[in-house]
Design a protein around this ligand. Structure first.
Ligand code: H79
Length: 420
């Protein structure tokens, strides 16, 4: 399946990890697998998770300001803690200290702000009493130490097949809730598929249910087998060779998905903007990940960087939104995006010699401008002389663009080339 057209045009999304794990200062759910926290200690975080400053309208206003076109919220991570009022478990924000459903106001605020709304949901649930200890990945076949297991969980699916079936009924039931409790949802982002096979998850049935209840929703591909969802999801890297079909790189702004106060390794804005350019130049989307604090706040270290990116997008969004891959690989030293008859060169850093070259173009150049200001840039097209025909076939012409250094953008100087 192909995703809805809005998904390709959006190009830039925000993923927010929010849950009781924010109280630990560590990564979402994973400390259980690391043996850093016991099942009991983790479980009791829910008795302290009470995000009094949570106001998703503020988050939505920030997301609009920063130029995001869609948002994805972790409604439930691998730890099994649900942010909405699930009727299938008591391990949820409304039934523990928070005392309220955190998903309904989120969906309302972002929808009102005009963003597409996506819900993240983990197929594994390390809290559920029927979710077995044994998984197919990683090897050895147990992902969590004994200290992290709920009491009495089955050793494997084979050891208690009926209990696996009751887990699948529960998990599909929670997805049904996500499909029915919040109106139209634009995107479902599944995760954790590596622990079992598509057959074990009964992924095809799961997706059929989502398609029936939310026919317009986009669905990612983390369902245990390629081809079940709508698009591929490289995580934390730019694929050197883009996947076939639609895809989206998800990447953290620092090095953590969750809010981790000790993680100060925020990527420089130039790197984040360069990543966005490289991803769109390969025909993909970029989703940036941030973690909210246990109070429900997006910290200024993250927000300030996203705002600076938003300012860059205000100047240069034409080269990102509804744009796709530009020149074929190898034509230019810089990533390029394209739309209609325009090519956008993303000049990352200062070009040597203050000129930018496109090595070969097979169409005439009509106009070359700085996208941000509209200023015309001097350029020359090196047309072949008949005697050079061997070296330089007449239909392939190098293009040289003068780029005055005082016009350089601190992050990514976009040059718009209109082809005739
Ligand atoms: O929610 C965030 C992460 O917690 C989750 N996805 C994002 C959006 C995530 N965590 N890790 N991963 C995704 C990557 C998983 C890597 C794996 Fe493995 C390699 C899974 C199986 C092999 C790590 C190493 C887990 C088991 C062994």
């Amino acid at each position: 399946m192909n995703p809805q057209p809005w998904f390709r045009d959006a190009r830039y999304g925000l993923m927010i990890h929010f849950g009781s794990y924010a109280l630990t200062g560590w990564e979402a759910a994973w400390p259980l697998q690391w043996g850093a926290i016991s099942y009991c200690d983790y479980e009791s975080l829910a008795d302290r998770f009470c995000p009094n400053d949570y106001d998703p309208k503020l988050w939505a206003a920030l997301a609009v300001e920063c130029g995001f076109k869609y948002v994805i919220l972790t409604t439930k991570h691998h730890d099994g803690f649900a942010l909405w009022d699930t009727r299938l478990s008591d391990y949820s924000a409304p039934r523990r200290a928070a005392g309220r459903d955190l998903v309904t106001p989120f969906v309302g605020a972002f929808r009102a702000a005009g963003l597409k709304v996506g819900l993240y949901f983990s197929l594994p649930d390390w809290h559920h009493p029927d979710y077995p200890a044994e998984v197919i990945n990683p090897l050895p076949r147990r992902s969590r130490p004994a200290s992290a297991l709920p009491p009495g969980v089955p050793e494997s699916i084979a050891a208690a097949p009926a209990r696996w079936q009751s887990y699948i009924d529960f998990m599909h039931g929670q997805v049904r809730e996500l499909c029915t409790l919040f109106g139209n949802i634009d995107l479902f982002w599944f995760d954790g598929q590596w622990e079992h096979t598509a057959d074990e998850w009964d992924s095809r049935k799961l997706v059929a249910m989502v398609r029936e209840l939310q026919p317009d929703a986009v669905i990612n591909d983390r369902l245990g087998e390629p081809g079940i969802g709508d698009y591929a999801t490289p995580e934390q890297f730019i694929p050197p060779v883009p996947p076939a079909g639609a895809w989206e790189t998800c990447m953290t702004v620092n090095e953590s998905w969750a809010h981790c106060p000790g993680d100060l390794a925020f990527k420089p804005v130039a790197e984040l903007v360069g990543t966005l350019a490289e991803v769109v130049a390969r025909g993909g989307n970029l989703v940036l990940g941030i973690g909210a604090t246990a109070d429900g706040v997006i910290v200024p270290e993250a927000a300030s960087r996203l705002r600076v990116m938003g300012e860059w997008l205000t100047r240069n969004g034409e080269a990102i939104y509804a744009a796709g891959a530009g020149l074929p690989p190898g034509m230019c030293h810089y990533p390029s995006t394209g739309k209609g008859d325009s090519i956008y060169l993303h000049v990352l850093g200062r070009p040597a010699g203050d000129a930018v070259r496109v090595l070969a173009l097979d169409r005439p150049v009509r106009d070359v401008r700085l996208l941000a200001s509209g200023a015309a840039l001097a350029f020359s097209v090196d047309r072949a002389h008949p005697r050079d025909a061997m070296r330089n076939p007449p239909h392939i012409s190098p293009l040289r663009i003068q780029l005055p250094p005082e016009w350089l953008d601190p992050y990514d100087t976009v040059i718009r080339i209109d082809l005739g």
